[in-house]
Design a protein around this ligand. Structure first.
Ligand SMILES: Nc1ncnc2c1ncn2[C@@H]1O[C@H](COP(=O)(O)OP(=O)(O)O)[C@@H](O)[C@H]1O
Ligand SMILES: O=C(O)C1=C[C@@H](OP(=O)(O)O)[C@@H](O)[C@H](O)C1
Ligand SMILES: [Mg+2]
Length: 166
């Protein structure tokens, strides 16, 4: 099976959907954020605070470049599209699934979240980041699935059937 890369903004459900999707497809599961935290033995907020975002982006590209070349569902971080080399790798080696989610939905899902350093910014900055990134997500995805008002189980079902047609 080709790798399946889940992309989308913070809070779109990449980690939750990815885990269940891998179970349904009976394949390996990888979350690039988990690889980074395990490899560097630090949480993501610690990496951002001590080393800065640029360091995090290097770790993120390394994590992506070292995953197995097939049979994995990969939940990426929302900023994976910030580097065009990451996009190229995902396009060339797998199927990219974009979990499209309204900003208002994300705002609700992440209202009490403190684990995402870039979500701690003010609302205008977050909306700007969202508006800039949605073009990147849209431009590289082979499959787009809207997650607003959808149950995770239903998203897993929808993605499984769409991936089978690729
Ligand atoms: N389809 C959904 N409906 C309701 N809540 C969701 C959905 N997808 C994710 N969530 C919730 O949103 C939060 C962020 O989900 P997560 O999977 O960590 O997203 P991501 O990895 O894209 O940042 C979690 O609290 C999760 O339970
Ligand atoms: O959007 C981003 O730049 C980030 C998203 C996070 O992952 P999720 O998209 O899983 O929240 C995590 O990689 C880090 O906090 C940076
Ligand atoms: Mg995640």
């Amino acid at each position: 099976m080709k790798n399946i890369f889940l992309i989308g903004f913070m809070g779109s459900g990449k980690s939750s959907v990815g885990k269940q999707l891998s179970e349904g497809l009976n394949c390996d599961y990888i979350d690039t954020d988990t690889i980074i935290e395990t490899t560097h033995n630090k949480t993501i907020p610690e990496i951002f605070a001590r080393e800065g975002e640029a360091s995090f982006r290097k770790y993120e590209s390394n994590a992506l470049h070292n995953i197995p070349t097939e049979n994995c569902v990969v939940s990426t971080g929302g900023g994976i599209v910030e580097r065009s080399s990451n996009i190229d790798q995902m396009v060339e080696t797998g199927i990219i699934v974009y979990l499209e989610t309204d900003f208002r939905t994300i705002d609700k899902r992440l209202q009490f979240d403190t684990s995402r350093p870039l979500w701690r910014k003010n609302k205008d900055e977050k909306k700007q980041l969202y508006d800039r990134r949605i073009h990147l997500y849209q431009s590289c995805a082979a499959i787009t699935v809207s997650t607003d008002n959808k149950l995770i189980d239903d998203l897993v079902f929808q993605i499984t059937s769409q991936v089978a047609n690729e």
